[in-house]
Design a binder for this molecule. Structure first.
Ligand code: HEC
Length: 306
């Protein structure tokens, strides 16, 4: 009787499981898929290869300087770099005098306070200052940008999936909306279609509009593509100025670990009294016969046994 009840319970369970699986599969196959328009039109970051890529990568200082020039002449009119100081530019190859001149001639004043009256006022930047925002505060920034906020760019290459490739794709990604884009996803007033931006429509007007917008001094051709690559490389540096250090430390660490592994193996060979160790191979296995021989030899030589 008990066995019969057990079998019956088993059959019922199997039936319930099969039924719920069948029901789920049926509704999965028959319900039409919800369309996610943003996903459908969104593009993955384009390929971008920088000198700093890979475990041994180093920054291309020439490219970083070009990228800085693009930031200075184009992006800085809307975006700050609040974690980067003018003097950090020495790390990408500018000398002290050049850094002083760059800070002194910066087009945006640094907010300060009048020491006599206590009133807020602007002053010329010095090398210790960080790259200032052109707007006094968030409200002013939104006011000037159709209610969108230009984010600080110091860490943007770390903050967005795709990093430098994303920045490069975004800057070169402005196009006309495709014909089959539904009306509710079309750019509204003051928005620009860009399939690399999260919701397809970005408030930033295309900052790099034409070849030659920035005059490079090193002979590189300032095409829109090149300027976008250079500023993406520069923003990779602002997000991780210690990258080369990290790569060097990683390499030293690997060499050290390799060295200690070899040392550890040799020590094991010499000290460990296993059947394969060298010490045992020299004297033969430590069986009572050998140990007796050794003790006898020690006694003969006048060495007191332990
Ligand atoms: C006219 C002002 C303006 C200029 C010039 C400008 N930007 Fe922007 N930028 C914006 C605004 C506004 C946003 C916010 C967009 C939004 O949220 O829709 C933005 C957003 C961004 C973002 C973030 C996108 C995201 O994923 O959230 C990046 C990266 C960026 N800008 C890079 C640059 C670079 C690089 C330059 C220079 C080549 C530049 N911008 C020049 C106004 C500007």
């Amino acid at each position: 009787m008990v066995r019969f009840l057990g079998i019956l319970a088993g059959i019922v369970m199997v039936f319930v499981a099969a039924w719920s699986f069948g029901h789920g599969a049926y509704s999965f196959l028959t319900t039409p898929k919800e369309r996610n328009v943003v996903k459908e039109f969104h593009e993955e970051p384009r390929d971008l290869h920088l000198a700093s890529d890979g475990p041994f990568g180093k920054y291309d200082r020439q490219q970083l300087q070009r990228g800085f020039q693009v930031y200075k002449e184009v992006c800085s009119s809307c975006h700050s770099l609040r974690y980067v100081a003018f003097r950090n530019l020495e790390e990408i190859g500018y000398n002290e005098a050049e850094v002083k001149a760059i800070a002194n001639q910066w087009q945006i004043d640094v907010p300060d306070i009048d020491p006599k009256t206590g009133e807020p006022k602007g002053r010329k930047a010095i090398p210790a200052d960080h790259f200032p925002s052109p707007f006094a505060n968030e409200t002013a920034a939104r006011q000037a940008n159709n209610n969108a906020l230009p984010p600080d760019l110091s860490l943007i290459a770390k903050a967005r999936e795709g990093g430098a490739s994303y920045v490069y794709s975004l800057l070169t990604g402005y196009r006309n909306p495709p014909g089959n884009l539904p009306a509710e996803n079309r750019p509204g007033p003051n928005l620009h279609y860009n399939p690399w931006f999260a919701n397809l429509n970005i408030a930033m007007p295309p900052p790099l509009k034409s070849d030659g917008q920035v005059g490079y001094k090193d002979g590189t051709k300032p095409t829109v593509d090149q300027m976008a690559k250079d500023v993406a490389a520069f923003l990779t540096w602002t997000a991780e100025p210690r990258l080369e250090n990290r790569h060097r430390t990683g390499l030293a660490m690997l060499i050290f670990l390799l060295f200690t592994t070899v040392l550890g193996y040799l020590a094991y060979q010499n000290i460990w009294h296993g059947p394969t160790s060298r010490a045992v191979r020299r004297t033969g296995p430590l069986n009572p016969v050998n140990m007796a021989k050794r003790d006898a030899a020690a006694e003969e030589a006048g060495i007191p046994s332990a």
